[in-house]
Design a protein. Structure first.
Length: 120
């Protein structure tokens, strides 16, 4: 992969990381600010459901942060854009669509087909 492409992806991933951190911080602030008391059990159930949903989103953001950090590490060690399964280059359009990917499109399709057969 060319140096310009690597710098493009480093900038993109760094921006994504900053945005994910900001979202996570705002989510935590919103959750700590809501110390409401509910007289109606239905209102409390709705609030608990919303809180559980927010926590699931936060968990997804944490996983994305780890993937972004791993991609930045791969840029630093020279393995970014190389499929971890077959060792071939991952296409730039695929990396633009999914900058944190570790697999080329063929290996990803094979992985998904295998998961489908196993019922994962």
């Amino acid at each position: 992969m060319e140096h310009n492409d690597l710098e493009y992806f480093r900038t993109l991933l760094t921006t994504m990381l900053e945005e994910a951190h900001q979202k996570g911080d705002s989510t935590l602030e919103e959750m700590t600010d809501s110390n409401e008391i509910f007289a109606d059990p239905a209102d409390r159930a709705t609030a608990e459901s919303d809180r559980a949903f927010t926590l699931r989103i936060r968990d997804r953001e944490r996983r994305l942060i780890r993937k972004i950090q791993a991609a930045l590490t791969r840029i630093d060690d020279g393995t970014y854009g190389i499929c971890e399964e077959c060792g071939e280059d991952i296409s730039v359009p695929r990396l633009k669509a999914r900058p944190v990917t570790r697999l080329c499109i063929n290996c990803k399709a094979k992985q998904e087909a295998d998961e489908s057969l196993r019922g994962d």
